[in-house]
Design a protein around this ligand. Structure first.
Ligand SMILES: Cc1cc2nc3c(=O)[nH]c(=O)nc-3n(C[C@H](O)[C@H](O)[C@H](O)COP(=O)(O)OP(=O)(O)OC[C@H]3O[C@@H](n4cnc5c(N)ncnc54)[C@H](O)[C@@H]3O)c2cc1C
Length: 421
């Protein structure tokens, strides 16, 4: 039977590498580059089907009319570190007992050490009607390269009316992104004198603006300043683009559910998100479906030659490129130690960061670690919206991503836990 474990067991390896990396996104490229810096002779291969690599953290700015999509994309080929083999295929399944990965075309690749980082899955079809209408009828999303420019079109051509912004249940990548674009949109409308004629609503499945309570007050102030209505426990179920109506399941504090239909002139949708199917169905998955790792060493809990990082792993950090930047050296150092049969030297503290663009030119730089610890890089109160944090978001972080992080240079200004009154 094609694709059965027995067939895989019989098939010989098409290739074998010391390190095989599944996913050539933010995490895969960074780890490959760091590994080659430390061991230039190491045989490393990346399994990645896409020809284009996107700096997704820039898509809030594309949707907000600050960046173009082109500024956030580069050919994958230009980012594959020198000496690393690029296998232009999707991984289809894992056979960790046999140290093998099977590709979409049926080939099997063998490895000594495996790094799993294929990101997460965007479940557009879990919202009825959404795939059919996305990119038309005022229905936009920053979560896809194909619809992010339409977000800016919707904001730029909005002439007043109802603007909805949705957020599905957690975890999602960049948990702040659904509201960051809302604030940029509100500020654009304010600049054009349209805010008073607009009803902006944030419809979120959860019951708090942000998972780290320390950052809720500045966000609440932002919501109040723009006059945004916040609808907690509202989960988007269906979108009727031509009728310009969104259907939500709304839960009361007691859990009682009812259906609520809201009209819109534009709606920015953040789709439901989940572990990739081929990860969820594999022996590498935890009960949640994410790759089951120790949250500190990022090594798999059962297979000692498997590591995972980025959006696909089970570590309970915020799923961000900022987290990847600090996870990559941990995986690199621990993987090399495991290769040498040495104890694992590095640990990850759950650092993540979310530059919350509360206005054009102003950002609240939220940095935090496991347990909701507030861990800023700079000794400034991070609740204060700052121009410097906006410049960091729009100028320095893209530069850091393309020229430092993806090149495998482990540059870091140390963050640390700080107390603020
Ligand atoms: C709108 C938006 C705003 C964001 N804002 C921020 C922000 O401000 N700050 C921040 O730090 N982060 C932000 N992020 C999150 C950040 O982009 C991700 O957390 C980061 O890209 C995760 O890296 P990753 O390598 O795990 O996944 P990705 O970068 O998504 O890469 C996964 C790679 O795996 C590949 N892949 C998928 N399936 C397979 C397969 N079967 N086989 C092989 N390869 C496969 C994909 O093609 C992709 O190249 C944002 C994301 C979005 C969408």
């Amino acid at each position: 039977m094609p694709g059965s474990p027995d067939e895989h067991a019989a098939a010989p390896f098409a290739e074998r590498h010391a390190v095989l990396i599944v996913g050539g996104g933010a995490a895969g490229i960074t780890v490959a580059a760091e590994l080659r810096r430390h061991r230039p002779g190491l045989s490393v291969a990346i399994v990645e089907p896409s020809d284009t690599h996107s700096y997704q953290a820039g898509w809030t700015l594309v949707g907000g009319g600050v960046f173009t999509l082109k500024q956030t994309q580069r050919p994958e080929q230009s980012l594959i570190p020198s000496g690393v083999t690029w296998i232009r295929q999707a991984a289809a399944s894992f056979q960790p007992e046999e140290n093998a990965v099977t590709l979409g075309d049926g080939r099997r690749i063998g490895y000594q050490m495996l790094v799993v980082c294929p990101g997460l899955q965007l479940d557009w079809d879990r919202v009825e009607g959404l795939p059919e209408t996305l990119g038309r009828n005022g229905v936009c999303s920053n979560y896809s390269a194909s619809s992010v420019e339409y977000t800016w079109h919707c904001i730029n051509t909005f002439r007043g009316g109802s603007a909805l912004f949705t957020q599905p249940p957690m975890p999602i990548k960049c948990a702040g992104a659904p509201q960051k674009i809302m604030y940029l949109a509100a500020d654009r409308l304010r600049q054009r004198g349209l805010l008073a004629n607009s009803g902006i609503a944030f419809c979120l499945a959860g019951d708090t603006l942000f998972s780290v309570p320390f950052f809720v007050p500045p966000l609440q102030r932002t919501v109040d300043q723009y006059g945004i209505g916040v609808h907690y426990r509202h989960e988007l179920k269906a979108v009727d683009g031509p009728a310009r109506t969104a259907l939500f399941t709304a839960r009361g504090p007691d859990g009682e559910a009812k259906e609520v239909a809201l009209p819109f002139d534009m709606i920015h949708v953040t789709p439901p998100q989940s572990p990739p199917g081929f990860v969820r169905r594999s022996p590498l998955a935890a009960a949640t479906g994410w790759v089951d790792v120790d949250p500190s060493t990022l090594r798999h809990t059962k297979f000692s030659n498997v590591f995972s990082l980025g959006d696909a792993c089970s570590a309970p950090n915020a799923k961000t490129a900022a987290a990847v930047r600090l996870q990559a050296p941990v995986v690199t150092h621990n993987l090399l130690a495991a290769l040498d049969s040495q104890p694992l030297p590095a640990s990850y503290d759950g650092y993540g960061s979310c530059p919350l663009t509360v206005a054009l030119g102003k950002t609240v730089l939220a940095e935090f670690a496991y347990g909701g610890k507030v861990t800023p890089t700079f000794p400034l109160d991070p609740r204060v919206p700052r121009r410097s944090a906006w410049l960091l978001k729009t100028k320095f972080l893209p530069f850091l991503y393309w020229n430092i992080m993806l090149k495998g240079s482990e540059f870091d200004i140390r963050h640390r836990e700080r107390q603020f009154a």
